[in-house]
Design a protein around this ligand. Structure first.
Ligand SMILES: Nc1ncnc2c1ncn2[C@@H]1O[C@H](COP(=O)(O)OP(=O)(O)OP(=O)(O)O)[C@@H](O)[C@H]1O
Ligand SMILES: [Mg+2]
Length: 647
């Protein structure tokens, strides 16, 4: 660092002044002179000097007065007193007032130059020291602020394991005053159950360089009176501090420093996260089985329906075939619940008034269960929701039936709806998407459930009912359907004190989606149909179906073939029945390519419910309808009739 060294020479003898000026200028210093105390004070007021060479005896005022003025300045220059009347008293007085040197006239020039250089060097060092100190103080303040703002506990321990530093987070997280921890051993805040683990890791630092990472510990949380009342789980990262470089063998541990992070929230959510993963995995499995099973049922249903078409009800096989149809229906119901659970079936999305659905479903249910009194407290101006009506009906029915089963001798079923927002979901175990929600609560006064049952109720096939009474798929599919609608479900129950299910469904303000209406019954039709499906058996039974309904049929086994057949026969084909999951390309792509050939093309989408978003997406793009496999001949003819009627 280099500083301009400016020197002021104050002496009532002009000659002495000027000779000093020449001498110091020759040494490269910038100098100014004056001949009395008043002038000196004026110059000191106007400019800043590094050094003043000051005569003590002057006619207008003593040099000591000038020193008093200098001492009041900030920053103050250094002073070397030069006097012709040296006494011990004046020397002592000069030094007492802060002079850094004292010279008597006549002085030796070399001694003077040495004195000046020495003084200026001191001044320079002092300035440097001040700057370094200021920077250090700033850096320290900045780090203290940063460390104290950390949500994690940041700490340092000495080699004995006593706290030498801890940040403010300790007070918030452990209720322990920062200052009271200094000097305390770390074991005083670690749960007794984890002391051995903590000691092992601390001692490991004496020999091992490796840091401790991700170690979980329970720390004591202290109440106001200093008594621990609970434990806070933390995750620790800690490093050793050594007296020399870490790779040296004979290094000694000076202490450790580290960070402890509060993981209480994560710990609380861990079981839920595991549960969600488990549900996800079982859902995938269930969905896969249901899909293949559906195709199988489709073929059985098709064959039975075809046989029944040409059969008189007096035929000996008529009843058996009807039985097959009935069993296929039960099978289809099972797969549809599995699909609900697998969250794969949200297709026919409409803007729906939940109050209306609740009224309808509870009216129907009330008629069959006279011993149950239904109370409805339905919120006015309830927001609409975007939902698959059939699925919401299934949810309501499942919950009503469960409530009824829990009240075998009768009881009350209380249904409430209201508008709410994600705010009211805070504090629950899940992390809701922000926005408006519609809340439905279903309360019964039945037998209630214990904690162990509650933990498992959403698991597929979990039932406490007798063999043949329950499959344990009701709440699993309710859960899947609500999730599939972007909603949340909660349960509160106590043995002997009834149960309340709360359902939250998002209420977005979105334009209405295209509504797929239900089919009108009409079996026979006329026209040509291209049927696209990758399953040979489905193709065959589908063709039989369609031909039985008097349609002409083209078949295609994948997207490419479908496009090819359509390109060649587009003038003849009235409607395409397109399976959503063709092996070579997805249904959406095949749909788009055929639409390019003819924008007026009519398409009925079919699926065993495998891919939810794809179907919804294609429907939103203007596809004409959707049919879920396995479908009966009546359902299929209804959908085709519906689409063709639009002309
Ligand atoms: N409202 C309720 N009150 C008391 N227990 C209930 C209630 N709802 C569900 N449960 C318990 O949760 C279990 C699982 O319910 P879930 O609806 O999934 O299957 P299920 O009713 O046993 O059979 P399924 O609905 O397939 O016919 C029930 O067997 C019952 O023990
Ligand atoms: Mg049930």
């Amino acid at each position: 660092m280099s500083y301009a060294s400016k020197i002021l020479i104050v002496d009532d003898e002009p000659q002495a002044c000027e000779s000093l000026k020449v001498l110091l200028s020759n040494q490269g210093y910038e100098t100014q002179t004056c001949y009395n105390g008043k002038e000196a004070i004026e110059l000191l007021t106007r400019g800043s000097f590094d050094l003043v060479l000051l005569d003590i005896v002057m006619p207008d005022m003593s040099g000591f007065h000038v020193m008093d003025y200098i001492n009041s300045q900030k920053p103050k220059p250094l002073v070397i007193v030069i006097t012709g009347h040296a006494t011990v008293a004046s020397a002592v007085e000069s030094l007492r007032r802060g002079a850094c040197d004292y010279l008597t006239k006549p002085y030796d020039f070399i001694q003077l130059i040495d004195g000046v250089e020495n003084a200026l060097e001191q001044s320079r060092l002092k300035k440097e020291h001040e700057i370094v100190h200021r920077k250090l103080r700033q850096a320290e303040r900045q780090y203290r602020l940063l460390v104290n703002a950390s949500p994690d506990i940041v700490y340092a321990l000495n080699h004995k394991g006593e706290f030498t530093f801890v940040n403010a987070a300790v007070e918030r997280l452990l209720g322990y005053k920062q200052s009271r921890l200094f000097g305390k051993h770390y074991s005083s805040i670690v749960s007794e159950k984890d002391i051995d683990k903590a000691k092992y890791h601390f001692n490991e630092r004496r020999t091992g360089v490796r840091a401790t990472r991700g170690m979980e510990l329970r720390l004591k949380h202290f109440q106001n009176n200093g008594v621990p009342n609970k434990f806070l789980p933390v995750e620790l990262v800690a490093m050793g501090m050594y007296d020399r470089s870490v790779d040296q063998k004979d290094k000694e541990l000076m202490g450790t420093y580290g960070v402890a992070r509060d993981i209480a929230h994560r710990k609380r959510h861990e079981p839920q996260l595991l549960q969600a993963h488990k549900m996800e995995a079982i859902g995938t499995l269930a969905g896969g089985i249901a899909h293949d099973f559906n195709n199988l049922l489709m073929v059985i249903q098709g064959s039975a329906s075809l046989m029944l078409m040409d059969m008189d009800s007096t035929h000996p096989y008529y009843i058996r075939l009807k039985n097959i149809e009935k069993q296929v229906q039960s099978g289809a119901e099972l797969t549809s619940r599995l699909i609900g659970y697998a969250r794969m079936g949200k297709y026919e999305v409409k803007t729906v008034d939940l109050n209306h659905l609740v009224c309808e479903a509870s009216d129907t249910f009330g008629r069959t269960k006279k011993e149950i009194t239904i109370h409805r407290e339905l919120g006015e101006d309830l927001c609409t929701i975007e939902a698959d009506v059939a699925q919401v009906q299934q949810v309501l029915l499942d919950l009503f039936v469960n409530a009824a089963d829990a009240m075998p001798g009768g009881g009350d079923l209380i249904l409430k709806t209201m508008n709410t927002t994600h705010e009211s979901l805070k504090g629950k175990l899940y992390d809701p998407k922000p926005g408006n929600y519609v809340q439905l609560t279903i309360t019964d006064t039945g037998i209630g459930m214990g904690k162990q049952t509650i933990e498992r109720i959403f698991d597929p096939f979990f039932t406490t009912k007798k063999m043949g009474r329950g499959t344990g798929l009701g709440l699993a599919s309710v859960y899947g359907i609500i999730k599939g609608h972007g909603g949340y479900i909660d349960v509160e129950s106590k043995k002997g004190h009834g149960t309340t299910f709360s359902i939250f469904l998002p209420a977005p303000e979105k334009p209405h989606l295209k509504v797929v209406e239900t089919a009108k019954p009409s079996i026979k039709g006329a026209g040509t149909i291209l049927l696209v499906d990758d399953e040979e058996a489905v193709l065959e039974s589908g063709r039989d179906f369609l031909e039985a309904m008097d349609y002409s049929v083209f078949l295609a086994r994948d997207g490419k073939e479908a496009i090819e057949v359509y390109r060649k026969n587009q003038d003849d084909i009235d409607i395409v029945i397109l399976d959503i999951a063709t092996p070579d390309m997805n249904g959406g792509e095949a749909y788009d390519r055929m639409k390019e050939i003819n924008p007026g093309l009519k398409v009925l989408l079919s699926s065993g419910n495998r891919i939810d978003w794809q179907a919804t997406d294609i429907l939103e793009r203007g596809c004409d309808g959707f049919i879920r496999k396995p479908f009966s001949i009546r359902e299929l003819s209804g959908k085709i009739w519906e689409i063709l009627k639009k002309d």
